[in-house]
Write a protein that binds this ligand. Structure first.
Ligand code: C2E
Ligand code: MG
Ligand code: MG
Ligand code: MG
Length: 269
């Protein structure tokens, strides 16, 4: 079955660029042109790697490198995210298994999940069967969803989250502060942690508003007993301020860029 033939997100698909991109994604899926890279998440206290975020990459034979910021939204609209997403789950969990076997026993995996996957496929069964097959502790898996994922169909999403929570799989909110989720959703959905969007982290050292926002989000997370990761840390001064504000874990080019599994194994294990 061709993924592009069933549109799962109801939007106007007349945009010819997107139709073209859909063909490019189809070709990339057929020719196995997707790959995974992993970016370290570093504990502020110990300076050690506590986990990796998996990030998908695409190098199309005809178009060269395409950013996930371009192809993920397109794949979500066309439905191709279902096939791509299940490939990502398999690859990322296999790679996590290798990292845990090769010197990084307690490492966690942060996995980006599209709301389209949650609403239109058996994400729970898919992930749980991989977790069991590979004998990975479910608590080592952190699903990252954006705030917008919560508002489409909160009831369905809530059910899927609860199923995961029963198994100890963690649920995190990605790009926190950029979406439209109300604070009450944090409680309703029983979220484990927040990732402060890099647009706020970016200005933390020289923009008063960004500093205020970051410190308020960190204080709120602490009060609510939520974990917190700051994304997009690029400078020492950003890191220092985040550390003073009590941020647990940081991620960004300063600490490590997304790299292949092999590179990460040689760097960190
Ligand atoms: P995200 O989940 O918020 O991922 C973080 C993005 O920030 C990544 O971009 C990462 O490379 C980038 N980044 C990390 N540290 C820094 C930094 O210090 N400075 C700057 N400027 N950028 C930094 P990337 O890999 O291009 O991914 C973009 C978005 O595409 C992701 O945002 C996520 O929403 C989506 N995405 C990526 N991989 C996947 C995937 O496997 N599945 C799904 N559903 N979405 C994905
Ligand atoms: Mg993410
Ligand atoms: Mg993010
Ligand atoms: Mg993002």
């Amino acid at each position: 079955m061709h993924a592009k033939k069933h549109t799962v997100v109801n939007e106007d698909a007349s945009n010819s660029n997107w139709n073209e991109l859909t063909d490019v994604i189809d070709e990339a899926l057929k020719q196995h042109c997707f790959s995974m890279v992993y970016q370290p998440l570093i504990s502020v206290q110990s300076g050690k790697v506590v986990g990796f975020e998996s990030l998908v990459r695409c190098e199309s034979p005809t178009f060269g490198v395409i950013s996930p910021c371009d192809f993920i939204p397109c794949a979500e609209q066309s439905g191709q995210i279902l096939e791509l997403g299940s490939w990502i789950f398999q690859q990322a969990l296999l790679d996590l298994k290798r990292m845990r076997n090769q010197g990084m026993q307690n490492i966690c995996l942060s996995l980006n999940v599209s709301p389209v996957q949650l609403l239109h496929t058996n994400v729970y069964e898919q992930l749980m069967s991989l977790i069991i097959e590979l004998n990975i502790p479910p608590s080592a898996i952190k699903l990252e969803l954006t705030e917008t994922a919560l508002i489409h169909d909160p009831q369905t999403i809530c059910k899927v989250f609860n199923a995961f929570k029963q198994e100890d799989v963690q649920i995190w909110l990605d790009d926190f502060g950029t979406g439209f989720a109300s604070l009450s959703l944090l409680r309703k959905f029983n979220i484990d942690g927040l990732k402060i969007d890099r647009s706020f982290v970016n200005g933390i050292a020289d923009n008063n508003d960004d500093f205020t926002l970051c410190s308020a989000v960190i204080a709120m997370a602490q009060r609510l007993g939520l974990h917190i990761v700051a994304e997009g840390v690029e400078t020492e001064s950003q890191l220092q301020i985040l550390s003073q504000l009590g941020c647990d874990v940081v991620q960004g080019y300063l600490l490590g860029k997304p790299q292949t599994l092999e590179k990460n194994l040689s760097l960190w294990s």
